[in-house]
Design a protein. Structure first.
Length: 548
């Protein structure tokens, strides 16, 4: 069975599921070069092109409709019918179920709880939006165990600071009770994090920046009661605050600087601590009710690597799976998996890697200086910044070696140097790539043996923060990608770097500049090189090293 799956809405994507296996995946922003894009024209052209090639092979088109007009869905369907009159249309409009499915089927668990937390999901009856859901899954069925919903009080999906903060001021009362759903909060857990991102001058898509800033904060009594208990928000927190705090909470700062960040970092700290506890309480309640000690984490809040480590510590006897494509990038895959299960009663195959982005490019015309892996390691040891371009681009937001900027993690000023290259905020930390067999030397990995997708941060072991300052955050943690032999060139590069320095570890960040998607094409890569202070661009497959 060949399924063409489309997610409409921010972070739009298209994928092809062939007999239960992911064959192709296209993230719209990589082609339009606009982050989180939902370009209708591009999607129509892409779907038309795919349908024309697949023709009679295409059995089903499924669509995850996220606040998009029905006319677009009908147009997409008609485009596919031009090439195959027998193609079927299936709508997969349960947003949280799509999140849950991609997580469970990739986990390889026989059964598990699946916890989905994001900003907002699908519209539930009477203009309510889902914000948190918990499912039971096994290979044969799934069942909703819990769902929290809030009033849809947004005029549109344009979630501006003014929209959010106005909600906080004017909507102190939780939603009226709906049968089958929990409706005790004005906001969801993820929405609180959205507010933190907005208050530091960014958008609701930039919660990772608030997470980075939270490590500069400390406990602050001014913000300690955002939640009343468990996952119950203090809906009257704003109205009960002092005028000074009310002003703070309605006045987004234009730029976080080293002389004005403290109150904002304290707020972000409290948001981090209180939201992760709230999700932890949901997990604990569900484990107690079901006795199941396997848990998948999905939804946009699943990108929170600090919270993911917290769950590991709080639940030492629970086996967790953290989905790398937990945000809306993965919705088209989850929708395709749902459709496959519904139509065949078979289990889809797990996605073995996130290197599944859909387009190969000819790089043979890009000529520089032939440079071996050993020579690249030597340049990194000389504190040169090197962007790597190889193979298919990563599907998610985190670079895993195919579209990466690498730098010497041992350099004292590595963070400042690479933040300047990427034109990012000064307070944002960087991840590392480390030889899997050496990871526990540098990091307290606990019961985790490998972390190939950067879904968890770990404490840096005592005294090693001084050795790897480039990837040690102010709170003494690091987001870790463990690298094994199956990672190809990256494993060999770390081995060569270890021969030179004694340490098989490097700073790794995504190959893009602030506000841009990852480099998709060789042209994107060259443009990023020329528009930044990067030293080199290395095409790994041809081993060509380019300078500006």
């Amino acid at each position: 069975m060949l399924i063409l799956s489309i997610h409409l809405g921010h972070d739009s994507s298209v994928c092809i599921l062939n007999n239960g296996s992911l064959e192709k995946y296209f993230l719209v922003e990589r082609y339009t070069r606009k982050k989180h894009d939902d370009n209708d024209k591009f999607i129509l052209n892409l779907v038309s092109g795919i349908a024309s090639k697949l023709k009679k092979k295409l059995d089903v088109i499924c669509v995850s409709n996220f606040n998009n007009p029905d006319q677009l869905i009908l147009t997409l369907f008609e485009k596919c019918k031009e090439y195959n009159p027998n193609v079927k249309l299936i709508l997969q409009q349960d947003h949280h179920l799509n999140h849950a499915s991609v997580s469970f089927y990739n986990s390889k668990f026989d059964e598990s709880l699946v916890v989905v937390v994001d900003g907002v999901g699908s519209t539930i009856k009477n203009n309510f939006l889902e914000v948190e859901s918990i499912f039971y899954f096994n290979s044969r069925k799934n069942r909703l165990l819990y769902k929290n919903v809030i009033k849809d009080i947004l005029a549109s999906e344009d979630l501006t600071a003014e929209n959010f903060l106005n909600m906080w001021i004017t909507n102190n009362n939780p939603s009226e009770e709906l049968s089958d759903y929990d409706c005790k909060n004005v906001f969801g857990i993820g929405t609180v994090y959205n507010i933190a991102a907005l208050l530091i001058g960014h958008t609701h898509h930039d919660c990772g920046k608030a997470m980075g800033l939270s490590s500069y904060g400390s406990p602050n009594k001014l913000f300690e009661n955002l939640f009343l208990g468990k996952n119950t928000l203090n809906n009257k927190f704003f109205s009960n605050s002092s005028k000074e705090i009310q002003h703070f909470l309605t006045t987004p700062i234009k730029e976080i600087k080293e002389d004005n960040y403290k109150l904002h970092s304290d707020f972000c700290y409290e948001v981090q601590q209180q939201t992760q506890k709230a999700v932890g309480d949901l997990i604990e309640d569900s484990i107690k009710k079901t006795g199941i000690k396997k848990v998948c984490i999905s939804g946009g809040y699943g990108m929170n690597i600090v919270a993911n480590y917290y769950y590991l510590q709080r639940f030492p006897d629970v086996e967790f799976y953290f989905e790398p494509l937990c945000n809306d990038n993965g919705i088209s895959i989850g929708a395709a998996m749902n459709t496959y299960v519904q139509l065949t009663n078979k289990v889809p195959n797990p996605v073995e890697t996130t290197f599944v982005h859909g387009t190969n490019y000819d790089i043979s015309s890009y000529k520089g200086v032939f440079t071996s892996i050993k020579e690249v390691a030597n340049l990194l040891n000389q504190n040169k910044s090197i962007a790597v371009y190889t193979g298919l681009a990563e599907s998610g937001q985190r670079a895993l070696g195919n579209r990466s900027i690498l730098f010497n993690a041992l350099h004292q000023n590595a963070k400042d140097i690479v933040n300047k290259i990427k034109k990012r905020e000064w307070y944002r930390p960087f991840a590392c790539v480390v030889l899997e067999e050496d990871a526990d030397i540098y990091f307290d990995m606990g019961r985790v043996k490998s972390s190939p997708y950067m879904t968890i941060c770990f404490p840096v072991r005592e005294n090693y923060g001084k050795i790897i300052p480039g990837v040690t955050h102010i709170d003494g943690t690091c987001r870790v990608q463990t690298v094994s032999k199956k990672n190809g060139y990256l494993y060999k590069l770390l081995q060569e770097f270890k021969k030179l320095t004694g340490h098989g570890i490097l700073l790794n960040t995504s190959f893009n500049l602030a506000g841009e998607p990852l480099a998709e094409t060789p042209t994107d890569a060259l443009k990023t090189l020329n528009n930044s202070s990067l030293d080199y661009l290395w095409f790994e497959e041809t081993q060509q090293l380019l300078e500006k």
